[in-house]
Each structure stands twice: as C-alpha cells, then as structure tokens.
Design a protein around this ligand. Structure first.
Ligand code: DGJ
Length: 733
C-alpha cells in the first residue's frame, strides 16, 4: 500500500473513532466511509438516529459533508427518518422498512439508536466499519457492517441482528442494506429473462412509490430475474458518462430489492433476502446475519463501474480469480444422453486433437434401476450406469490421462427424479407439500438441503467422485429446478425453508472447498439460473445461458460483462445458429473458451481454424481473463459490436468485432473509437483468427498513435463477408 493510501485509511480510522464507543452524542457524529473516488457519509445525530447524509463522489474536505443537507430545500419529512441508515418499522417510520420485527411480547415496534462504531482494517485497501444500534426499550440490537474496498470503490454492506428478549423474536423483514440517494431523477436498469433468454435489460425512469425486483423461486433463483441492477442519476448513464450505481445481493436464493422514490424525491434502496414466506424466528442470543449487498458507484459511466467491479471480483471474490482456467470439450450437445465408452473414447481423442485442456462428460452417465437416458429418471442415483460405462468413470479418467487431456464431470447433486432409487428410499428428503400433488420442473424435484443428512449425501456425491478418481479435474454443478410446493419434512418452522436451503447449500460448498480448495467448478443452472457473487466464492466460472447461438451470445455476454469478469464466463462453441465456425469461436473466445461440437464432423478447414484459434486464445487468455475490458461499440446501437480487452500496462490487447446487423450494405462504415490506450504510445493492429485461405483487409504493419486510435478510431472492416474480426493490438516499439 502506498503512503497516500495508508494516510487515507488512517484518516478514516481517526474520523470514525471520534465519538466511538457508547457515549451519548452531544454533537452529531459524522461517519464517512471513503473509497478512492466515493463517499458514503453517515451521521449519528443528537437524538442518536443514524442516517445517510451523503452518497456520491467524495469531497476533498470531510468537514463539508455536514453542510450537504442545508442546500436541499425539498419537501418536509414528517418522520425525520426518510434517510435512515437502516429503517426500523412500527415506530415513527412511514416508508418501506429495512427491518420489521415482532418482539417476544407480541409488540411490533422498533426503534434503533446509535450506540458505537468501530473501524477495522481487514487488509491493505479493505476496511470494515461496524455500527451498533440498539432499541432503547427492547433488548434488541442490530450491527450494520460496511466493508469498503478502497481501490475499486466497491462496498459490501450487511447487518447482524440479535436480541436478549425473554422469548423468540420474529423477524418479518431483514434487509442487508438501506441506501439513500439524491438526484433530480433516477433510472433503473434491471434484467429479466427465462431459459435461453438470460440478462435482457430494461431501463425505466423511477416514479414515486416502490418498485420491487425479486425472486421467489428458491433454487435457480435468477431464472426470471437476477438481483443485479444499475441506477443512473439524473439521466441514463452511457458507457463513458454519467453517475451510475451498480448493485446486487450476494445470495443464491430468493432476493428482494425495493426502490422507493420517496415523498422528498430521493431514492431509497432496500435490498437483501426476500422476506416472502420467510418470517424468521430468532432465539435470544442467536445472531441472524444477512448476506452482503454489493455496490459500486462511478461518475464516469457504466464502463468505469464495470471495470471496477470486475477487478474487485477477480481480486477478492470469485474462487481463484487471479488464477488460470481450463479450455474444454463438452459432450452435451454432441451426444446428449446417448453415449457409451466407445463414443467417449473417441471424444477424448478429439479433445486432444482439437487442442483443449479437458474433456467434460455431461448428463447421462449414472443410475441403473432407472437409467438416466433422458431427463425423466435417475437423478439422485449417482452410480455409473453399467450398460453405458461398464468400466466406470475411473477408466475414463485413466484413458484421458493416456490421451494427454484432463477429465471433468457433470453433476446435479441438489435434485432428484421421482423415478429414482433415492426417492424410493428417502421420500422425506424431498421438498414437496405432503397433502398436495407433486409438480415438476424439468421432470424433477429439489432435495431438502435444510436437512443435515441431505447435506451429507450431497457432499458425499462429490467426495466419492474425488476419492474414487483423484485425477478428476473439473466439476460442472447444475441446478435445473425451482422449488415448487415449498415444504420440508425436516424443518419445524416452514418459514425458514427458503433461507435454510441456501445456508445448507453453502455448508456443502464450504465442505467441498475445505477438502478440494482448487478444483475448478462451473456454476450452472440450466443456463444462468444461479449467477451471484455468493456462489462464485465457491466456483471458478459460470454458465451464462444454454443459448449459445453466437449472435444471441454477443448480447448475453455483453450484459453479464457489466457485472462479471470474462474469466468467469464459460462460453462454448456449439452448433446453435447459422454462423460459420469462425464467428462462433471468436464469440466464445471473449470469456472462458470451450467447445460442444462433434469434432470429427468438422471439415479440414474448420478444424484447422479451431486449432489455430485455440493457440491464439492460449496466448491471449491472460489479457482476456485479467485485463481491463472496454466496450467500444454497442450491438444495440450499431451494426458492429466491438469489445477490447487491454492489459494493465496498456501495451497489448485484443479487440473482438462482430457484424450484428445483416441488412444489405451493413458494416463498420465509420471507425470505432478505441478506449483505455496510452495516447503517447504507438500501436499496431493485426487481424488474427483468419479462416484458412482468407486474408485480412487490415494492414498489420501500419502504426497508429494511441491518440489517433482514441480520437479517430480504427476500422475492423466488418461487412457481410467479414462478420467476425479479431484484432490484436500491440505497442509498436
Ligand atoms: C442444463 C445445462 O445448462 C446444460 O448445459 C446441460 O448440462 C443440461 N442441463 C444437462 O441436463
């Protein structure tokens, strides 16, 4: 950490320690949480209410934050708590609460007053502020946590709730975070989706009242909507301009985010676990800790915000974010359930021939009484299917080793087919209403992960695979069903089911990671049905969508990239779509490359093209995975989509360009402005990934200054016979 940063942390520490530890506040206590560019400023006033007095680009003088309120002449606040840092309900609050409780004596009022606060330094560049709040009447306490990542301007916010009342307290609502933003207007960019339609953006101006984004699906919770969103202040932010907040809840189950444009025209954001059907009974002295709500803010537009978030994710959140990944060949779309040892032996050879690192065996390898020959049976019976794989997985792992490739395997351990031995043996392990008909999602049901025995079983699936096959190198963890008929035979309190399910899942993942800390795992949920930063602490990558049609994929990957770094995005080349293999491969290269095609059916040129592209990818992957990403040309606004990945030193990068509009005469008529380069450096642009027999129309020997490329631009020359153009950019010395 450099001196400047040390002094900033020290300043934050001093500022926040003033007035600390349980004294009655004679003067308001200002608690600024500052990151490199931003500040969230809290204030404990004389009456010990804690509120948010500023959020945005930080000021150079801390003393001025207390003046902010005075320059706003907005309508009155009857309650004095529209801007509460964590809004309680049942006392004087009139708006959406962050927390609602029923006390042990049945009373439903809550007030939360400042007690103390402390700041601890977690690591270089990472600080944790905690603020203790207490009810003056009831022995009920909430601690608010704000973890700030200085360099990336990222914040994680959560709360811990506990009490010492004479009996249990019921938490009716228990948000992770409560934010408060001031601006002339607010624009919410949210996402919706479905199978094969992940991450469809919708932007709208927020009007007075409450807009709620949520999920009630239990598992595969993001199928219809993920928790990530953007809020633009005053006007919709663009890639390079505007004030924009990105947020999402680090939780793999039901979430809820309320956006309330309050009577004063300010925006209150209240986010956390969805309290739908989930009142939580909290025993005395038990702590209920909410998951973190994650956010970052930029006054330089969406591109800056996403680069910061991607950097944060690689540095602090995703498993092995600074590490490497394996390229692979998957058999799902080439065989579906129809394979045997002979077919797989050929695919293992194809894996080597293609030049990727690993072969991934997908669904269909298990179950005997009810063989997994389609998606109607067998889930839960994780023994190799004897007729397909008489010699078991271990012989395949060995064969892969002989062929010089690694071996990975698909599992869907949280699920059960009604036609399975597991269901016959343990009907009580299944989530279902005892008095109602079963209702299926993809012909299957969800196991009750609230039950420790089920947790052991799920953990055992993975553990057994590794014990039997220590050389197993990769897991694809799928999750295809949502929770219908939510009822657990194990739980006494049914309203804990949605929460305890996710906790059970994390317990299993924790055990897996304790014993197998590094093995790469793909987070899949029938596509992108479960993509969040809580799960990504245990996974190295995710499966964005079953939709691998490459044109569609440009849009899907584009939207995910606002929130997740390329190293986490598993992109496979498949036979979806009519585009040539070059287009499909180039698109998949924008993240973590994989293939799901019949290699033996490729023409000589197609195979040669793929082999060359994989070599190029291997050379470029450090930049694609760890570099900074700049979106240059938006497929929704232009005929050409263009994205740059640039190394930190600004000396090397790669630009992916695609024609996304096939109307007559479409193409990159105008140059595309490059971003992020060093204006004083000189660069060459060389087209790579050329299909055999074709030549580039880009002169790779021409030298351009960074200034030229950023002011005038470059032209990838996309057109109907050049629909996909990959350009390597390098400093010319
Ligand atoms: C859904 C996944 O998204 C697919 O990639 C594939 O693994 C199937 N499940 C297998 O059933």
């Amino acid at each position: 950490m450099n001196d400047k940063l040390i002094s900033r942390h020290f300043l934050l520490y001093i500022l926040t320690c003033i007035g600390s530890i349980g004294i009655a506040a004679a003067q308001p206590i200002i608690i600024p949480i500052e990151t490199h560019n931003n500040a969230l400023v809290l204030q404990a006033d004389k009456g010990k209410d804690v509120s948010i007095i500023y959020f945005g680009r930080k000021l150079s003088g801390n003393a001025e934050y207390s003046k902010v309120e005075g320059v706003y002449k907005q309508p009155g606040d009857y309650t004095g708590m529209f801007n509460a840092a964590y809004t309680p309900s049942g006392s004087r609050n009139l708006l959406e609460p962050a927390i609602t409780v029923t006390h042990a004596d049945g009373n439903t009022s809550l007030d939360l007053k400042y007690v103390s606060h402390t700041v601890t330094k977690v690591a270089d560049d990472v600080s944790l502020l905690s603020i203790v709040l207490k009810d003056p009447v009831y022995d009920f306490e909430v601690t608010l946590f704000y973890k700030s990542y200085f360099k990336q301007d990222v914040m994680e916010q959560w709360s811990s709730i506990k009490h010492k009342e004479k009996g249990a307290v019921v938490l009716q609502k228990f948000a992770s975070a409560n934010l408060y933003l001031k601006a002339g207007s607010f624009y919410l960019n949210q996402y919706h989706g479905d199978w094969a339609r992940e991450m469809e953006p919708e932007e709208s101006k927020l009007t007075h009242g409450i807009r709620t984004m949520d999920s009630k699906l239990g598992t595969r919770a993001n199928l219809l909507m993920p928790s990530c969103f953007m809020i633009s202040l005053d006007k919709p932010a663009t890639e390079d301009e505007g004030n924009v907040l990105y947020g999402s809840t680090e939780w793999s189950g039901n979430f809820r985010t309320d956006f309330e444009l309050d009577p004063q025209d300010n925006l209150r954001i209240i986010a956390g676990i969805n309290n739908y059907a989930s009142p939580y009974t909290l025993q005395p002295n038990e702590a209920f800790t909410t998951p973190p709500f994650l956010y970052t803010f930029s006054d330089k537009g969406k591109g800056d915000a996403s680069r910061k978030l991607q950097q944060w994710a690689r540095n602090y959140k995703i498993l092995d974010g600074k590490g490497t990944r394996l390229t692979l060949l998957n058999n799902w779309e080439s065989t579906y359930f129809d394979f045997n040892e002979t077919k797989l032996a050929a695919l293992l050879k194809d894996t080597k021939k293609l030049g990727v690192d690993l072969f991934l065996l997908d669904d269909g390898w298990f179950a005997n009484k009810y063989p997994r020959n389609d998606d109607h049976a067998g889930l839960g019976d994780w023994q190799e299917n004897k007729s397909k794989l008489p010699n078991g997985i271990s012989s395949l792992v060995k064969e892969a080793q002989t062929d010089g490739v690694k071996f990975g395997i698909w599992i869907e351990p949280e699920m059960v087919s009604p036609k399975s031995e597991l269901y016959e043996k343990h009907p009580d392990w299944v989530i279902k209403q005892p008095k109602r008909d079963e209702y299926y999602f993809r012909n299957q049901l969800v196991l009750d992960l609230t039950n420790p025995k089920v947790q052991d079983f799920v953990y055992g699936i993975i553990d057994t695979l590794f014990i039997k096959n220590p050389a197993l190198a990769y897991i694809k963890w799928d999750c295809n069903a949502v929770i219908y008929n939510a009822y657990s035979a194990h739980l006494k309190n049914q309203s804990h089911l949605y929460i305890e399910y996710v906790r059970g899942l994390y317990k299993v993942l924790e055990r897996v990671r304790t014993k197998y800390p590094t093995v790469p795992m793909m987070l899949c949920s029938g596509g992108g049905g479960r993509v969040d930063y809580a799960a990504l602490q245990y996974f190295t990558e995710f499966w964005p969508s079953d939709n691998t049609e490459p044109l569609e994929r440009i849009f899907i990957q584009w939207e995910y990239s606002y929130f997740y770094p390329a190293i986490t995005s598993s992109n496979h080349v498949t036979d979806w779509g009519k585009q040539p293999i070059k287009f499909r491969t180039d698109v998949a290269m924008m993240g973590k490359l994989g293939f799901d095609i019949v290699v033996s059916k490729l023409s000589g040129n197609d195979l040669a093209y793929c082999q060359e592209a994989i070599k190029n990818y291997d050379a470029l992957k450090p930049i694609i995975w760890q570099g900074n990403q700049y979106r240059l040309s938006d497929p929704r606004e232009s005929s050409t989509a263009s994205v740059l990945y640039l190394n930190e030193a600004k000396t090397a990068g790669v630009i992916f360009n695609y024609l996304v509009n096939y109307r007559y005469g479409s193409g990159s008529k105008l140059p595309i402005l490059v971003k992020g380069l060093d204006a004083t450096k000189n660069y060459t642009l060389k087209e790579i990934d050329l299909y055999p027999g074709t030549t580039s129309t880009i002169d790779g020997n021409k030298i351009y200054s960074g200034e030229f490329l950023m002011r005038i631009g470059f032209n990838p020359d996309t057109r109907n016979d050049r629909t996909s153009v990959v350009v390597k950019i390098e400093e010319a010395k």
